[in-house]
Design a protein around this ligand. Structure first.
Ligand code: NAI
Ligand code: MG
Length: 354
């Protein structure tokens, strides 16, 4: 089990240190190698994704990433932007499946802006296609055209999916549903868009390979509404790149706590990059204030999806639940009456719970 560890910038090194401690506490044999990505890589080499990092990422089974970016690099030229490090890895490894769980632990029910009874116990997974759709479709552009007898600027994009792209993301979603509550909701806009009519047809075809999973379909506008009306009706949701971008951010906010949310981006070989959903939090970097749980939970996702170590993944997730039940809270999830701890102490608590 080869892991490429990329701490990155800002709070990245602090939260990564805790995730690495947790992984080392399991009785599993990992080979971990660390490399530079993002702003720290720009400082050291002038390149946000140095060749050595890319080679290490290619050679590993999984990549565990902290976060990249910060004000220090905001004025750098386009080709030295820290995010290029992440985008480069996604592209090079063809990480087409983005998995974002939104889990609200009962202890954190007050962190959400929604009523506790709507969100307490929420546990859903959004599977978003990451390398196709209108974000990458050709042709695209802005140009002057003759419209109504006058020359105007016109902008256009192409929403396009090939059958194999839809099929492979649906398989990932069905497989994820098999490991969870065996219910999958496929989100489309088939009443208006041919691309998503094809999506729905293929979802029905692929469902024949997974007879144990109950497949439902929902139009995206209704899905957006249902996510805030009654989010607990969902188990796994699967959708295209654009709808998934919007719905996964909406779902993450149901939990109200960015410091708790992991993510995975997988390719066809179940190789993946695992990272917290939040950024590098420059405002609290280097102060031992950051919540390491999103990164620790990302490591659990890595064990589940790349290494097929479901028991170890659940051990980590149970340890996280336990520390929350014991009242340990970093600043982002603190409420009066709980125990405020720093990044390292939160790591200590998870290790003790393990
Ligand atoms: P952010 O997620 O870094 O921070 C937003 C707010 O949440 C801040 O107040 C921060 O202190 C807090 N926060 C984030 N993670 C936390 C944690 N683990 N524990 C406690 N509090 C936490 O987003 P922001 O401020 O928009 O971006 C900061 C930098 O991060 C930018 O340079 C941005 O480009 C980069 N970024 C990187 C991402 C990545 O590496 N995947 C994703 C999003 C932003
Ligand atoms: Mg987004």
């Amino acid at each position: 089990m080869k892991i490429c560890v990329l701490p990155g910038d800002g709070i990245g090194p602090e939260i990564m240190a805790q995730a690495v401690r947790v992984l080392n506490a399991l009785d599993l044999q990992f080979e971990m190698e660390e490399a530079l990505v993002g702003g720290c890589a720009v400082d050291a080499t002038g390149n946000p994704l140095p060749e050595a990092t890319l080679q290490l990422a290619r050679a590993a089974d999984a990549i565990l990433l902290g976060a990249v970016g910060g004000p220090k690099w905001d004025s750098h030229p386009r080709n030295q932007r820290p995010e290029l490090g992440l985008l480069g890895i996604r592209k090079e490894l063809a990480l087409f499946a983005n998995l974002r769980p939104a889990i609200l632990y009962p202890e954190l029910a007050n962190a959400s802006t929604l009523k506790p009874e709507i969100v307490a116990g929420l546990d859903i997974l959004i599977v978003r296609e990451l390398t196709g759709d209108i974000y990458f479709g050709q042709p695209r552009g802005i140009e002057l055209r003759e419209v109504n007898g006058e020359s105007q600027r016109v902008g256009w994009n192409t929403m396009i999916y090939a059958e194999y792209e839809i099929r492979r993301i649906l398989r990932v979603a069905f497989e994820a549903a098999m490991k969870r509550g065996k219910r999958l909701c496929s989100v489309d806009k088939m009443n208006v868009l041919e691309t998503t009519q094809l999506w729905r047809d293929i979802a029905i075809e692929v469902s024949k390979e997974f007879p144990e999973v109950e497949l439902t379909h929902m139009l995206v506008d209704n899905a957006a509404m249902q996510l805030v009306r009654n989010p607990k009706q969902f188990d796994v949701m699967v959708t295209g790149n654009m709808f998934g971008d919007i719905l996964s951010d909406e779902a993450s906010m149901l939990t109200g706590s960015i410091g708790m949310l992991p993510s995975a981006s997988l390719n066809a070989d179940n190789k993946g990059m695992y990272e917290p959903s939040h950024g590098s939090a420059p405002d609290i970097a280097g102060k031992d204030l950051a919540n390491p749980l999103a990164t620790i939970l990302s490591a659990a996702m890595m064990l589940r999806y790349t290494f097929n170590q479901e028991a170890a993944a659940q051990r980590i997730e149970r340890a996280v639940k336990k520390v929350l039940a014991q009242g340990y809270r970093t600043g982002d999830i603190y409420e009066p009456g709980t125990k405020r701890v720093g990044t390292r102490e939160m790591g200590d608590a998870v290790l003790a719970a393990l």
